[in-house]
Design a binder for this molecule. Structure first.
Ligand code: NDP
Length: 651
């Protein structure tokens, strides 16, 4: 991640134990007003700035690691608030990462560092933990092996071309150790006997002795049949979740400010989403005591019934595009089912998961039930997906990583896996649609949250008779869209989450132009501070263009023309994805025919983006496995057990 040290304002908490810091103190003076601690440790007054609204936030990080974040609701953008490193949350305690390292999290609003976060699970076997690998046996006759993620080539360049992030095992028949130390990437390029990238983020199975190991162990203790958590009744679990929802509502302003600062989501949207988030928790709370099995008529002399029991320790891997809603939908459902868990947030948005975990502890969720380990996917995430004591993984993110996770689950202990992997969702506008409704819906479908939405309407099929008029109106709509600071009222788009994602979107725009799509508006970055993009409209897009095939995850509307329903159904389905689809038509028959035949987990007719906690959500084809939310969602955290009791007939 980019460093913005020169811009970093340091905030010093009076009385904070400086000696316990894990990163060097910053040099630059504070640029934000000091946080004043109120009489309770968990409440902070935010001083008034000229351009800010005074407000009180409740926060629940430990005092010496608290995020002294001053997040003004300001037309000037976020403040350079900075902090002592934020620590991991394991076994209801705030602990430093074993690695002793932190990483920076940057606000997309202005690209400035807002805090440093403890980085779980990062070891260099050759440096930090010499000898720790030797307890791992692999390979015929070998004593030593190491699980390593690296790119490897042999002399003949045959063997192994392994994508970064994939784990492989290396074992030598001779029992000797493959040198990791001293083999550089350059050596590898020269095709030395066996070259292994010697990068700082190479990690090994010994990770399991570090933070993920601690967190999984805590979750495992909490799942023990005699633990406080397992002794709770289902309705008591429901009450805890209701308390959690109350606390979310109490801290809604703080949480949504944190989300906007960390993620770039419009403040109006994150504030509105708080209602949905609390609603999701309350829905899960209501489900907790409605998990029950069946009685099954038996042909034998017996009584047969099923029990639905929690699957065990869950690994919940979150994306950055909806950090709080993803946390809540996965965690609350897993809690309702009675599971325990380790959460790994995305490295771009690590803050709200810590704040929510603290609220869960405040609500009374017992020790070890919910643990949060921030860190990177190929290290902390992979340690979780490979862990033999994790029974289930729920993941939302890219298809590429989804496949890695499913492989890891299979290679370790056949974990249950739920995957939500995005899409290339078709939205069809028929000739008979009301354009006053369809044009704004289609635009919001792809521009909302800067297009960083898994169900984005990123293939917009418009029927030929209305095509020209629709395109004209779509361009006008996009041109009028206000882009800017997500805290400023009236703005409709904020920044992309980070520089990398912004550049990825710009790359797709270039591809669209190069492949012959007609760029009618947008296509550029706005300014040089923060990661803002112009809402972009391409017309005359064809099915074979990259922008019609790959997930862009940005504010790019791609308009394609079609003639008949039959044709558009085939074209809509001609993708490896199958998450969502939509249609605008006034003909009920057309709507039903399309809904029946389109390959998608959710279909919207004359609307788009309607979500509720009651609605099962997930994808066909490469868009995922399993469903989240609704009654189906909780089933993914349960095992079914059948019990048969012999009951001889009374004759
Ligand atoms: P990723 O799939 O890489 O990230 C999602 C989560 O998975 C993050 O927490 C990430 O950690 C973690 N992760 C990454 N590698 C591994 C691994 N080997 N094992 C376990 N966990 C891992 O998505 P990106 O952030 O890179 O975004 C890339 C694209 O993915 C986007 O442009 C978009 O197309 C799509 N995407 C789809 C989402 C959806 O809602 N379906 C959400 C987010 C992205 P970390 O990043 O911290 O290293």
């Amino acid at each position: 991640m980019r460093s913005h040290d020169d811009n970093v304002g340091v905030y010093e908490e009076a009385g904070a134990p400086i000696a316990s810091r894990t990163t060097p103190r910053q040099r630059t003076p504070p640029t934000c007003p000091r946080r004043r601690r109120s009489s309770t440790l968990s409440t902070y007054d935010i001083s008034k700035q000229d351009d800010t609204v005074p407000r009180t936030f409740h926060t629940h990080f430990p005092p010496d690691h608290s995020p002294s974040i001053v997040y003004p609701i300001s037309s000037q953008g976020s403040c350079n608030a900075v902090v002592t490193p934020l620590v991991l949350f394991i076994d209801n305690e705030w602990v430093d990462a074993e690695s002793g390292k932190t990483f920076e999290t940057v606000s997309p609003i202005d690209g400035k560092v807002i805090t440093r976060v403890a980085e779980g699970d990062k070891y260099l076997v050759s440096q930090d933990r010499p000898g720790k690998h030797s307890d791992f046996e692999i390979g015929r006759g070998s004593k030593i092996g190491v699980e390593i993620r690296a790119r490897i080539r042999t002399d003949n360049d045959i063997g192994i071309g392994i994508q970064s992030g994939t784990r492989i095992n290396i074992g030598l028949k001779t029992g000797t150790w493959i040198g990791i130390e001293g083999v550089t990437e350059t050596d590898m390029e020269r095709r030395t006997e066996v070259g292994i990238e010697n990068r700082a983020d190479i990690d090994t199975v010994t990770d399991r002795e570090a933070d993920i190991e601690k967190a999984v162990a805590a979750a495992r203790r909490a799942f023990h049949r005699k633990s406080e958590w397992r002794q709770l009744t289902a309705s008591a679990r429901g009450r805890l979740l209701h308390r959690f929802a109350d606390l979310i509502e109490r801290d809604a302003e703080y949480l949504s400010t944190l989300e906007t600062t960390d993620n770039g989501m419009l403040y109006a949207m994150s504030r509105l989403m708080m209602q949905g988030i609390a609603g999701t928790v309350r829905y899960a709370a209501g489900l907790a005591d409605k998990v029950h099995g069946d009685t099954i008529p038996s042909d034998f002399e017996g009584f047969t019934y099923t029990l639905r029991q929690p699957v065990g320790v869950c690994g919940l891997i979150l994306p950055w595009n909806g950090p709080m809603s993803m946390f809540v939908s996965k965690v609350a459902t897993a809690l309702a089912a009675g599971c325990t868990m380790v959460v790994k947030p995305a490295e771009q948005t690590p803050l709200t998961a810590l704040a929510l975990a603290a609220l869960l502890a405040e609500a009374g969720v017992p020790r070890g039930v919910v643990n949060v380990v921030n860190g990177y996917g190929p290290t902390a995430g992979a340690a979780l997906t490979h862990h033999p004591h994790v029974a289930k993984v729920s993941f939302t993110g890219s298809l590429e990583v989804g496949k890695i996770i499913q492989q890891a689950a299979g290679a370790s202990n056949l974990k249950r896996v739920t995957l939500e992997l995005g899409g290339k969702s078709p939205l069809v506008i028929c000739d008979d649609a009301d354009l006053n409704v369809a044009v704004p819906y289609a635009a919001e479908g792809v521009f909302a949250h800067q297009g960083q939405v898994c169900v984005a309407a990123s293939r917009l099929f418009v029927q030929s008779k209305i095509y020209d008029e629709f395109v004209k109106r779509a361009v006008e709509y996009a041109k009028n869209r206000k882009v800017g600071n997500p805290f400023t009222e009236g703005n409709q788009n904020g920044p992309q989450v980070d520089e990398e994602m912004m550049n990825k979107v710009l790359g797709y725009i270039e591809k669209g132009k190069a492949e012959g799509a007609k760029l009618l508006t947008g296509g550029q970055r706005i300014g040089t501070t923060g990661y803002y993009l112009e809402p972009t409209v391409f017309a005359d897009v064809t099915d074979n263009m990259t922008i019609a095939k790959e997930e862009i995850f940005g504010p790019v509307q791609s308009i394609l023309k079609f003639e008949t329903l039959d044709e558009v159904i085939d074209r809509a389905n001609d993708t490896n994805y199958g998450l969502a689809a939509g249609i605008f038509t006034t003909n009920v028959q057309t709507a039903l025919q399309f809904s029946n035949l389109v390959e998608a987990g959710i279909v919207w007719v004359n609307n788009y983006f309607t979500f509720e906690p009651r609605i099962p959500f997930g994808g066909f084809k490469d868009s995922g496995l399993g469903r989240e939310n609704g009654l189906e969602g909780i089933q993914q955290y349960l095992e079914t057990k059948t019990v048969n009791i012999a009951v001889p007939k009374l004759t």
